[in-house]
Design a protein around this ligand. Sequence first.
Ligand code: G3P
Ligand code: MG
Length: 348
Amino acid sequence: SSIATPSSLTRSVADSFVFAFDIDGVLVRGGKPIPEAIKAMQVLNGDNAYGLHIPHIFLTNGGGKTEEERCEDLSKQLEHDVQPGQFICGHTPMREMSEKYGTVLVVGGEGEKCREVAEGYGFKDVVTPGDIIKHDAATTPFRKLTEEEHANCRERDFNEVTIDAVFVFADSRDWAGDIQIMLDVAMSKGGRLSERSETFDEGPPFYFSHNDVVWSAAHEHVRLGMGALRRMFEVTFKDITGGTGKLNTHAFGKPQVSTFEFASRLMNQWRQSEHGISAAPKTVYFVGDTPESDIRGTNAVNKKAENDWYSILVTTGVYQEGTEPAYKPRITVETVLDAVNHGIEREM
Ligand code: G3P
Ligand code: MG
């Protein structure tokens, strides 16, 4: 019963199980594919003992580009076609908040790229730290805009602007400047940079696309991530407001159960539109490298969901062999290829 052969297709498609993959530390490190990942994708594409095609999606906390651009990058890296319909990044769920706020400050990413992403999500009025520095260069004493940045940033009179919410879309490229500006907004009266609050409890909400303190990049040791920026922001806010102020911060991404539920909806749509399967899968194999995000979230959604979310931890990224993972996976294997083979063996 685990094989469906839609009449329109000649290939066999697994209908009772799917795979969901984390990206950094599982498939890619520092922009280069983990070698076994290419073979793992071929196995999902039917290069297995059963000639079976296995539906799969990607769920990363990373971001900084449009979903379309990220899929193009990933398709090249993995030598495997990846479509936006099977891809979720850290900021994808922020799309659902575009109607809620008028003017938003978008932080992180390369140049003004994340403004473009946010506008693509339907946010009506997007400002960036660069716009604020362009308006008042004294905002960040050690960060001067380059000529190109100056040309790309927008002229705004921030005495007249109310920032309704702050969205940290991707990793900051200038932690000092961005933290400074986030603190200015948090300490403002209702998001107006020209007015300081006396109580420091009336700033707008801050949304982070994820909360990973570290992640797996090209370096042999893990690198600081957005969760570390959030910690620095929160601790510094407490220090400079004397502990009396109040911040309103939230994180999307893994391990939030809502992110896995979002992924579950996308997965069902993808299986329906791409493979003609309408029943929910019995088992979802989630392959990740970070116990605190991937394994924690998979185990948590498993407690709520009707289907079985089966967590697989690999040793190619954040988690280091020989240590005790903070959240226990159903199984630990070396690479993503071992993870795919393990799932297939369990099913067939
Ligand atoms: O910045 C990205 C990183 O924190 C995690 O990415 O693919 O491991 O969820 P990923
Ligand atoms: Mg990862």
